[in-house]
Design a protein around this ligand. Sequence first.
Ligand code: SAM
Length: 168
Amino acid sequence: MDTTLIISGGILIGCIISLSWFAGSDAPFVPTKMDHIRKILKLAGVKKGKRFYELGSGDGRVVLAAAKLGAYAVGIEQSWIRILYSKQLALHLPGINVKFYHGNLFSKSYKDADIIYIYLLHKGVKKLEEKLKKELKKGAIVITQTYHFPNWRPFKKEGDFWLYKQTF
Ligand SMILES: C[S@@+](CC[C@H](N)C(=O)[O-])C[C@H]1O[C@@H](n2cnc3c(N)ncnc32)[C@H](O)[C@@H]1O
């Protein structure tokens, strides 16, 4: 086969993989800065016996941080490549309770969640407000990053993070 054709094919595949690493329908992949996340997760009550979900879990590091605090931690992510990467990271942490699911975060139910973490663009956060208000059990905590719910009043704001509690 022609060498130029092989090189062009390789470059094309490389570009597709690179673009798919950043792509996302309700937000592109922009990772949470990890400096403050442990403190925020603790503030939200993430610990052993709690069920934590991250909606749009990106490279999985926030889910793994929650699992390291003892929670049963679940990530939902629409990018296969990021799910595979997250599962790979989890392999290095034996003994934690963690699951990563590939799929659309809007098609799952979160009625058993104790804590939810969301870092999506404004339109995605807005769409989730009504769904979570309907589904979450009393006492469940939601953390949003950078973008906040338009109507739900947070009980705490810490840096770029908003914390909400389901009260009914
Ligand atoms: C801004 S990034 C945040 C990643 C991660 N939560 C973090 O804080 O580091 C948003 C992530 O949500 C994912 N995402 C966007 N829309 C989604 C959808 N409808 N279903 C599942 N994942 C989605 C994107 O693929 C991307 O990985």
